[in-house]
Design a protein. Structure first.
Length: 152
């Protein structure tokens, strides 16, 4: 269940808060293949299960940018800001891919609010999202997302 902020201004007093986790999802080969098709990145480590089985990771792996893109799926499951006319994705800082995400892995997002400040007409929040891999010490992706919330 998402952590709910009833107004963007509530973010200002919540810096440092752990926001929670998303649901787990399985990274299936079909999702990797769809991402490859959408981006044109058909490198064999992603889309050739036979070759990848004897490669450095022992199986196909998700694209790093697929792990990053999943943050868009995870964030609404983790945090909800109400009382807004509009929320916009303002960008990202510090994107890292510390570990590969093998096909068949279960991943989820966990998040914390690392910064919040007033901006013209609204509040800008920096939320660090970690894409956790079940059973692994290191995550598949860590990113500081930047969102702007404009009150209704």
């Amino acid at each position: 269940m998402a952590m709910i902020f009833s107004h963007p201004a509530e973010l200002l007093g919540s810096v440092g808060a752990e926001l929670g986790h998303s649901e787990w999802i399985v990274i299936e080969q079909a999702r990797i293949d769809q991402f490859a098709e959408a981006t044109g990145d058909h490198q064999w480590i992603h889309v050739d299960p036979v070759r990848a089985a004897s490669g450095p990771f022992g199986a196909c792996i998700a694209h790093g940018y697929l792990s990053l893109a999943l943050v868009n799926l995870f964030l609404p499951q983790i945090v909800e800001v109400r009382g807004i006319a509009m929320g916009v994705n303002y960008g990202c800082d510090k994107v890292r891919f510390p570990n590969v995400v093998r096909v068949g892995s279960r991943v989820r997002g966990s998040a914390s609010l690392v910064a919040a400040e007033e901006v013209k007409g609204g509040v800008q929040a920096t939320i660090r999202v970690t894409v956790e891999i079940e059973g692994e010490q290191r995550p598949g992706c860590v990113v500081d997302t930047i969102s702007r919330y404009y009150p209704a």
